[in-house]
Design a protein around this ligand. Sequence first.
Ligand SMILES: Nc1ncnc2c1ncn2[C@@H]1O[C@H](COP(=O)(O)OP(=O)(O)OP(=O)(O)O)[C@@H](O)[C@H]1O
Ligand SMILES: [Mg+2]
Length: 287
Amino acid sequence: MGISFQHVDYNYPGLKRKDFTIALQDVNLDISENGEFIAIVGKTGSGKSTLMQHMNGLKIPTRGNVVVFDNVITPKPRKNPKMKNIRKRVGYVFQFPEYQLFEETVLKDVMFAPVNFGFSKEEAKEKAMNILKLLGIEKLASKSPFNLSGGQMRRVAIAGILSYDPDIILLDEPTRGLDPKGAKDIMELFYKIHKETGKTFILISHDMDIVYEYTNRIIVLNDTKITYDGGKEELFKTDIYKENHLTKPEVLKLTDYLNEKLNLNLGYDNYNLDMLLNSLKAVTKHE
Ligand SMILES: Nc1ncnc2c1ncn2[C@@H]1O[C@H](COP(=O)(O)OP(=O)(O)OP(=O)(O)O)[C@@H](O)[C@H]1O
Ligand SMILES: [Mg+2]
């Protein structure tokens, strides 16, 4: 098992002891290190980032345990395992990761984590160059990370996490602020790595179109609690998504519309417009 939450609560401390904010309540979750592409969704302030920060030891539960690759994280800090071992296996791409760039060159920035996790300089350089190539930004290697466009900076920051090859990759709103093409390119890249390596990806997103296209399991948070954990089709077939302040993906709105207007029975297993178009062609040819 990759990551497991057992009755986890988390409170943010306030100025006074009594003034804490409850961010998570009784969270139970099992996440495999293999084959999952999970979305964490829910309205702003529902606890998504707080939940994700527990997955690599950035937050320690107030109550309950989080188990990450057999390392048990408990509310007692002194008993806790070495976080470095956990962070090496579970990589975290923060919201606006470009704010964390700091080295003189792109290459040095991407090499930083592998060096920190014990790879030699040569190995780190090789890993960094490979990942820059994969992301199509190897030409930027000797540039300063501060003289890049926002989208390029985002890629460099993502390269910094992928460079040390973590088993599970956490993504907190990786497409936020990118133009539609930039967002699609980055999602396609994560999806490709996921398909090729089987690595589990966990994505926080407010974009239901992206969530519906790429993920295979959705976890919904509503006001500190998990209110849904399961398949994407089931979530949008019932009213659960509305009760959790989510909007229907565009492809499903169009599916509903076509079914109604043309009296068809197109399924919710078309995860993007191309898939829907192909299904539509297939049924109309039959008639
Ligand atoms: N540093 C903090 N100190 C105190 N309270 C916090 C802190 N960070 C978050 N909170 C509170 O914890 C709750 C959950 O916040 P969190 O950031 O996990 O939500 P989120 O679902 O990621 O929201 P968003 O979609 O806006 O990113 C909210 O009530 C928030 O106000
Ligand atoms: Mg957040």
